[in-house]
Design a protein around this ligand. Structure first.
Ligand code: NAI
Length: 509
């Protein structure tokens, strides 16, 4: 399907944070862009924001003065909706209120050509519902950009129940021509990103609530082992706890109180206290001048092992065995004793170090002839600078130090956390993959769509579907199954799509 040509005009309604960014994207792609806002001051501010951004691009050598002038020359301020008449695509980015959005779109239908595309940048309102009372509801589509729109690559194209496929395809191709990574999504609460990302926050909050680990330790493990740019608490403080809490509540209620999305009392308290995050100077962290960020838990040096045995070695953990060899540790790969199905892992001085499969170390120790310490997932064990470990309640502090000593000997910092099932990175990644699988299962998007969305909408280091395949779908299913068994909660039930794949192809993509 072909994109709109740059010769065809675009209009943007709402000149706030998102509207101004979208105007810039479309004008940079060569379109004449008509911008309207009920507040003239908002248009002034929006255009000033664009001018500032483009001036910085010139300073950085990304564009020249002539190009900057040409982009600004293509932006046209409008004083009334009627001025948007020449536009073939109108993108609405006004206040998140269905009645106001509906009224704007129904006025537009009388102003624009019949074949114009009506797009909404809404984050949380059903496209089907916005379109319902229009004369031509099939011309309505969602075009969901991410903040800041000129920088974030993703655009979700949202199909309402009656959206014409051709309309969605032209909108898709147009966003692609604007340099975006684009995915199709069915109009369902949270679309892709705001739904699939929920466990990133909610599982971190659960771990905190259960006393599994403190805030800086969870954040450090997610960054330094998980490879994410920011930890969940750092990110919630950046987004604003008020906004993050309201998105969570809206998704939770929109899915009729689905337990996976249940909001956290901890976050509610933060919001009640006005601790919104960076913008209010205090959130999970204190942003006042001179206040140092608290350090994550980091274990004291333990004894370096001379010899270890690796078992169940696979692509995931083999970098750990290689690092151990490089550190001068003798690595045996045959375990003579009768060890468990709970692979993979290492035997170090008669202490079993097991990659978490969602079973607690306490339970594992109770059924094995060894003391068990579980260790967390890393995006890449070569690159990870920190690994979380947890000991069974029966395991001595000396044995824990031996386990820590192994990871320290191969150059990792160790965070000891409580015996929390699934630890931190494994638990969050398993839940992200489960949520992505369920979105695919329910026909919201494809597995590729989930990965593109999460990598480009929220900068995940790897798409959750690919990540689950790399870990092994059976392992992910086990993590989820063990979490469900431990908590007895429906929240951790495995998506039927994921479960089915473990019996067959072992693939999601
Ligand atoms: P904003 O508050 O910065 O801007 C909204 C603008 O719309 C204001 O300038 C306001 O004067 C104008 N406006 C309100 N009613 C209007 C009307 N009837 N006609 C014309 N202009 C009107 O809001 P923001 O953050 O830019 O959000 C806009 C939309 O984008 C919302 O639907 C929101 O859900 C969605 N969105 C927001 C994202 C974000 O991170 N802020 C991300 C993706 C989508």
């Amino acid at each position: 399907m072909t994109a709109l040509s740059p010769a065809q005009a675009v209009a943007v309604i709402g000149a706030g944070t998102m509207g101004a960014g979208i105007v810039q994207v479309a004008a940079t792609a060569g379109h004449d862009v008509y911008i309207f806002d009920t507040s003239g001051e908002a248009i002034d501010k929006g255009i000033a924001q664009i001018e500032k951004f483009l001036a910085r691009s010139v300073t950085k050598g990304r564009m020249d003065e002539a190009e900057r002038g040409a982009i600004l020359g293509r932006i046209h301020r409008c004083h009334k909706l009627e001025d948007l008449a020449p536009a073939k695509l109108v993108i609405e980015a006004i206040v998140e209120n269905i009645d106001i959005k509906r009224s704007v779109f129904s006025q537009l239908e009388d102003i624009l050509d019949e074949d114009a595309i009506l797009a909404s940048n809404t984050s949380s309102i059903s496209i089907t519902e916005i379109a319902a009372k229009l004369k031509r509801p099939e011309r309505m589509v969602g075009m969901h950009f991410f903040n800041p729109a000129p920088i974030m690559k993703l655009v979700e194209i949202i199909h309402g129940l009656v959206t014409d496929k051709q309309v969605a395809d032209i909108t898709f191709a147009t966003a692609e021509a604007w340099g975006k990574k684009v995915v199709h999504a069915k109009s369902t609460p949270g679309f892709i990103v705001n739904r699939v990302a929920r466990p990133f926050y909610s599982e971190a909050l659960r771990i905190l609530q259960e006393g599994g680990a403190d805030i800086p330790t969870i954040d450090a493990c997610i960054r330094e082992a998980g490879g994410f740019r920011m930890g969940p608490f750092e990110l919630m403080d950046l987004i604003g706890n008020d906004i993050n809490f309201s998105v969570t509540q809206s998704v939770y209620n929109a899915y009729f109180q689905e337990p996976r999305y249940r909001p956290s009392l901890i976050q509610q308290e933060q919001v009640a206290a006005g601790r919104f995050g960076r913008k209010s100077g205090y959130g999970y962290y204190n942003y006042a001048e001179g206040v140092e960020k608290p350090a994550p838990h980091t274990a004291a040096p333990g004894p370096a092992p001379v010899e270890v045995t690796v078992f169940g070695e696979n692509a995931l953990i083999s970098p750990l065995a290689r690092l151990a060899k490089e550190a001068g540790i003798t690595v045996n790969s045959d375990l003579e004793q009768d060890v468990p199905d709970y692979q993979p892992g290492f035997l170090v001085d008669n202490i079993l170090l097991l990659l978490s499969d969602g079973t607690t170390a306490t339970e594992l120790t109770s059924v094995m002839p060894y003391e068990v310490v579980t260790f967390d997932l890393a995006l890449d064990y070569n690159a990870a600078s920190r690994i979380a470990i947890a000991k069974g309640d029966q395991v001595s502090e000396e044995s824990l130090a031996v386990a820590a000593g192994f990871f320290q000997a191969i150059g990792k910092q160790v965070s000891v956390i409580d015996d929390c099932p699934g630890l931190i990175v494994m638990r969050i990644v398993a839940m992200l993959a489960n949520e992505g699988s369920d979105a695919v299962y329910q026909g919201v998007t494809t597995a590729e769509g989930v990965d593109i969305a999460m990598m480009n909408g929220v900068n995940y280091p790897k798409g959750p579907m690919q990540w689950a395949e790399d870990i092994g779908l059976t392992h992910i299913r086990d993590v989820l199954g063990n979490l469900q068994r431990f908590y007895g909660e429906d929240r951790y039930r495995t998506s039927p799509l994921l479960r089915r794949a473990t019996f067959g192809t072992e693939r999601l993509l």
